[in-house]
Design a protein around this ligand. Structure first.
Ligand code: FAD
Length: 391
């Protein structure tokens, strides 16, 4: 009998409580039973499986760490484990959840007024409403901190928004989008909750993506789009407030990288035990075992790192540089693991039906979004040297 396939080699899940472990297994079961059979079909067609939304809502996971508004109020460690379990089966679905539960609910939870929280958080938590987070622009990606060109201006009619946002996940079907814009009067970044049918607000679905194809990204155009003062988030008054949201979600992306790598490794190990060449399973060849062990070493290091990252978060000790270091390390190692997983599967590694091809493609977006490798390295570099290389 062959040993069980288990990407958690050092059994870091033993650090979870029994209740947390039960939630981990519930998410895993859901992803295996409800999501896995659908994803290749939708990935190929560049479409989102809307039928999963009610089932997702039943899991009651959105707003994982928040208190009130129907949110589960779990630990950051649990939030990470959920992201990992989702990405272990499909990174697009994990990204959809990360946008809704982390970027959108997180922005409103941290920066919104009591009225905005009461209005939006319970509906977003239940997935009755879907949200999007609009920071990146066609000409402004890494340089968002100082470079946003989308403007807001206070007038007698309300706040007038002008500009474009690119790459915005969930935007083509979102009910509400968090829009970050620079105030032309005080030059500070402010945050707004823009409803989908607001006049002057237009979303076009982006086409031709070769990564995370299930995630529907939008190009948003705002032309004299007027929102009321009650749609401005009162605690979003500079880019520092945006960065507070991103610090949380970046830690989640490191966990997603672990999930993506783990899914690829476990699939590849399974394949090498079944595939025979020269009359033997290819897993019995020394060079294949060397590849598998290299993948597992990286994966094990990644897992122990993100568990510690979340412990820092649970003790309110998380700094930007902690999240950035984890994002850099885990996404780099993820790229190595998915590449090796494909390699040990030979030609079948590029066929969607064997799953790993999707992991390889999806890893590319995870590597670049929520701060590229270079930008996150510069955040760590600034913290350890005392010199900022940004300017
Ligand atoms: P650029 O900023 O143009 O960078 C190009 C290259 O230059 C990179 O390698 C970068 O590291 C490098 N570079 C830039 N500046 C420096 C520097 N100072 N020193 C060294 N190297 C540098 N954004 C949202 O707001 N909401 C979303 O929901 C969202 N979802 C996304 C989903 C996907 C699938 C993707 C691909 C992106 C998404 N993004 C989203 C945008 C994402 O955050 C940006 O792609 C990312 O921040 C990088 O910006 P950019 O693509 O414009 O690259």
């Amino acid at each position: 009998k062959l040993p069980e396939i288990n990407g958690d080699f050092y059994e870091v899940h033993l650090r979870l409580t029994e209740e947390e472990r039960a939630i981990q297994l519930k998410v895993r079961q859901f992803m295996e039973a409800e999501i896995k059979p659908l994803v290749n079909h939708y990935w190929l067609r560049d479409e989102f499986p809307f039928e999963i939304i009610p089932k997702f809502a039943e899991l009651n996971l959105c707003g994982v760490t928040y208190e009130g508004y129907g949110c589960p109020n779990m630990s950051f460690r649990m939030e990470g484990v959920i992201a990992m379990e989702m990405a272990r089966v499909d990174s697009s679905i994990a990204t959809f959840f990360g946008v809704q539960s982390g970027l959108v609910m997180g922005s409103i939870y941290l920066c919104g007024s009591d009225e905005q929280k009461n209005e939006w958080l319970p509906k977003l938590q239940q997935l009755d409403k879907i949200g999007a987070f609009g920071l990146t622009e066609p000409e402004v990606g890494s340089g968002a901190a100082g470079g946003l060109t989308t403007t807001c201006k206070k007038t007698d009619e309300g706040w007038v928004l002008n500009g474009q946002k690119k790459w915005i996940g969930n935007a083509p079907f979102a009910d509400v989008t968090v829009i970050w814009a620079r105030d032309v009067d005080d030059n500070q970044v402010k945050g707004f909750l823009v409803k989908k049918d607001t006049p002057g607000y237009h979303v076009e679905k982006m086409k031709g993506k070769m990564s995370l194809r299930i995630v529907q990204n939008g190009l948003i155009t705002m032309e004299n789009c007027v929102v009321s003062e009650s749609d401005r988030m009162p605690r979003a008054n500079s880019f520092k407030d945006t960065a507070n949201v991103l610090r949380m979600t970046r830690a989640g992306v490191a966990w997603m990288a672990v999930g993506c790598a783990r899914g690829a490794y476990e699939n590849a190990l399974d394949y090498t035990r079944k595939r025979e060449q020269f009359g033997k399973p290819i897993a019995s060849f020394q060079l294949i075992q060397d590849h598998l062990v290299e993948m597992l070493s990286d994966l094990t290091a990644m897992q122990t790192l993100v568990y510690r990252l979340s412990e820092l978060q649970d003790h309110q000790l998380l700094k930007d540089e902690h999240a950035s270091l984890a994002k850099v390390f885990c996404t780099l190692r993820m790229r190595n693991i998915v590449g090796k997983a494909r390699e040990v599967m030979g030609g079948n590694g590029i066929l969607l039906e064997h799953d790993v091809a999707r992991f390889v493609a999806d890893a590319e977006a995870i590597y670049s979004y929520e701060g590229t490798k270079e930008i996150n390295s510069l955040i760590v570099g600034r913290a350890i040297t005392g010199f900022s290389a940004f300017v």
